[in-house]
Each structure stands twice: as structure tokens, then as C-alpha cells.
Write a protein that binds this ligand. Sequence first.
Ligand SMILES: [Zn+2]
Length: 344
Amino acid sequence: MTTWVFEGTVVPAGDIARLEFGAGEADVLPGRFGVPGLVDSHCHLTMGPGENGPRMFGADYANERLGELAAAGVSAVRDVGGNRAVTLKLATTEDDGRPLVLAAGRFLAPAGRYFPGMYEPVAPEELLAAVETEIADGATWLKLVGDFPEVGPDGPIRGSAMAQTYETDLIQAVVELAHTRGARVAAHVNTPIVSELIRVGVDSIEHGTSITEQDLEALGARGGAWTPTLCASVGSHKSDTPEQEQRRRARSEYLASMLSLAVRYGVRLLTGSDVVGSVAGEVALLVRHGLTVDQALAAASTSAQEYLGLTGDGNLVTYDADPREHPAVLARPAAVVLNHRRIS
Ligand SMILES: [Zn+2]
């Protein structure tokens, strides 16, 4: 065992401190700035990029991803959908050598309304039983696909209309059941039905590119969360046409205006890598969309820990430069202590 010693500034709080944690011989960590562990609140440990959208992977892939996340300073992940056999096992097994995993298990979506091959469709009449099963098998979150484009054999049909997946009353029943069992609901949603989902008590809005001021006010008033996954929503692709580029810019501006309102109404903002980004990248994007660095850093660490019911105990990521002045340093930790063990 080692007693880790850190002398410097703890961010985002900003206190100058000497931290000592662990037991045994003292070892001073490099770096003058420290964060008590980053949180990837929208992660898919078993999904990777494929030719036509995401591909599903198994335990080896998930463990490799966890290793990469740990080296990047992530001490906890919320897996919001994927290969349930892998993610629920990770969520119900203790292992100090990797980040803590909270998992939602499978994607809850009906036939034809999610990426083919990424899920077993759940018919509306089977939805509540599926929720019970996920929770019984260790899910502390549920991942509901709230809306999705039409899907063909090659995946989502470009330009097809996004439609609501399940009736609002049924979604309300999912939320009530989850809450009765001590679980929470995260919903993938990009259309204005986000207002309905917030009205019926969904805890955490994922993407939420059509969220409105009224929605944010309602969500903030009951301590709800929003994971905007800017990496996925405003990321550009080489193949983008000028029209797509134009739409992306408009979306970016809209989300910036909503993010400042989210802060004003006390909505819990979270950072997530989804399948295409990283926590450090998401912090940079949040700052580019108008958040202060402190707010973005809290979304990626202490505020997320508090929302997810975790502490940063035993975790510290240090940096040579101040991430509040240079958010890019988040991608280059000087040292990472995960569950009392120095891993890089
Ligand atoms: Zn996702």
C-alpha cells in the first residue's frame, strides 16, 4: 500500500491543498493540479464504430476500453446501453483495477427503431417485464430510446422522420417502475418529444438536441440531468455536404443557447464520450459552447459523481498545467490514481 501525496490546486473547487490518502509509505505525485477522478456519464463499453453505424463487441473490447478510460483519468462510467451480458456483469462485479461501472444493460427500443444488430427489440407489451429483468440483473439505470429515424437493413435511413418509439403513458409506467425499484431512466431523444419525456419524469436526457427553455426549467426544478454528447451532436464528418455543415452550425448555436439556460435552471450537466468522443474532448466542447471551464470540469467530475451517487475517494488525476486555463491538458494527465493504485 502507498500513501499518495498531492500538493497543489484541487479543481474544479480551486482549493490549494495537500492531500494524503491511502496507507503505508508516502509517495508524492507529480502534477500541480488535481481532479478527484473523471466520470464518463454516457459511455458504451461494448460499442465501437463500424461501417454503417456502431458495432457490438464483447468482454475483451469492454476491458480494453476500460483500460483506455482509466489511463485517461476516468474513474467511473455510466454505460448507457449495449451488450448486457458484458456490461451488467461489470456493474455487478467488484474490481479495483478498473473504473467503476454503472450500467443500463440493453437498449430498450421496439423493432425497427434502433441500430440493427445493437439490440433485441422490445415490443411495447414486453417493455415493463424487460425493465424488471434489467434491474434484477444489476442495472441501476435503464436506457430508453425515446425516438429514432426509420431503419432499413443498412441502418437508419438518412432523411427519414424520427418518430417516438413508445407511447408516453408507457414511458411514464417505465419511469414509475424504475423509481419503485431504485433505478433511474436515461432517454435517448432528439425530437421535441423530449418535452413529454421530461413531463413524465425521465431522469436524464441523452443528446436532447431539441430541448427547450421550458423543458430545462422543469428538468432543473426536479434535479434532472442532461448529457448533451456534443461530440456526437455537433461533430463534423468529411463527407458532410454544405447543407449538413450548415445544419450542424445551427445546432451548435442552438445548443450553446440551451446550455447557458441549463446552468441557470440548475440542470445537472453531464459529459459523455458516446461512441465517438472523450471526456476531455467533451469538456472542451462544453467550453466552446459557452460553459465556464469550472462548470464543464464539474460536469466531468464532482457534479457527475454527486448525481450518480459516487465519491471521488481513492481517485486522483493530476496535471502539470491548470486545466481551467488550458482544458486541453485534460487529455494528458501527469498521474492517475485509481482506487488507491497508481496506474499511470
Ligand atoms: Zn449513446
